[in-house]
Design a protein around this ligand. Structure first.
Ligand code: NAD
Length: 253
């Protein structure tokens, strides 16, 4: 039956940036659909773990700093050690740095690109090697942004990285579809998380943004749940290289 295709029982998911915001909501959604979740973060994921375990879900924390590729092998090893295999990867961890383009330093640029783009590629590559070795395909979901489509203001490295992730989603989907690996993206609109605290505190920018959202409100982590389950499940087996906007209509304006 159709709703069975959305079930994630016996699936194992890795989610990066699992301690807060959208990543926390993604972990909770995957666990509610039945997956065992390995949450990767620099800091404790105790809150995410408690939310999941309150619902009898399974969660393992993997502490790692994704500012470089060095922890990737250890992340894969810890996930396999916890649950024996990997079926789903959600590349959610990301940072934003706000500065006039004229003043951005090379250090700032590299910091954003390394986490948001370089590590996304190499973690996807490492997980895809596991998927291919396991022989059952797999799902990769990349968290993109409105700035995968638009220029943004005072966030050039972020825009470059998120535009790259949308392109990477297509590129990897093309190469790995033959292995039954689906690579897709989700482009959240303006969501109320740490990522947008500064923006929401700027009354003028905050009003301008809200006025432009047809749904008339900022999004929340709960708004991503349906999309992430769809793209992590068998319901999306013939969806390859597509990025789904969950944006209250922002891009439709
Ligand atoms: P957030 O700041 O609450 O979450 C960012 C996550 O990334 C945190 O869990 C953090 O621990 C993790 N992270 C950052 N640097 C890390 C590092 N070096 N090592 C390991 N983990 C690290 O913000 P959020 O809004 O939940 O962001 C999640 C994703 O969604 C990001 O990729 C962000 O760009 C994207 N996004 C957010 C919005 C929004 O409006 N909030 C919109 C579009 C896309």
């Amino acid at each position: 039956m159709i709703l069975d295709l959305f079930k994630l029982e016996n699936k194992v998911a890795i989610v990066t940036g699992a301690n807060t915001g959208l990543g926390q909501g993604i972990c909770v959604a995957l666990a509610q659909a039945g997956a065992k979740v390995c949450g990767v973060a620099r800091r404790s994921c105790a809150e995410t773990k408690a939310l999941i375990e309150a619902n009898n879900g399974e969660f393992t924390e993997i502490i790692a700093d994704l500012s470089s590729t060095s922890p990737i092998n250890e992340i894969i090893a810890q996930a396999k050690n916890a649950y024996g295999k990997i079926d789903i990867l959600v590349n959610n961890a990301g940072i934003i740095s706000r500065e006039d383009a004229i003043n951005v330093t090379e250090e700032d640029w590299d910091r954003v690109i390394d986490i948001n783009e370089k590590v996304v590629f190499f973690l996807s590559q490492a997980v895809a090697k596991e998927f291919i070795a396991q022989g059952n395909g797999g799902k990769i979901v990349n968290i993109c942004s409105m700035l995968s489509y638009q220029g943004g203001i005072r966030v050039p490295a972020y825009t470059a990285s998120k535009s790259a992730v949308l392109g990477l989603t297509r590129a990897l989907a093309n190469e790995w579809a033959a292995h039954n690996i689906n690579v897709n993206g989700i482009a959240p609109g303006y969501m109320a998380t740490n990522n947008t605290t500064q923006l929401r505190q700027d009354n003028q920018r905050s009003e301008q943004i809200l006025e432009r959202i047809p749904a008339g409100r900022w999004g929340t982590p709960d708004d991503l749940m349906g999309a992430v389950i769809y793209l992590s499940s068998e319901a999306s087996n013939y969806v390859n290289g597509f990025t789904l906007a969950v944006d209250g209509g922002w891009l439709a304006r």
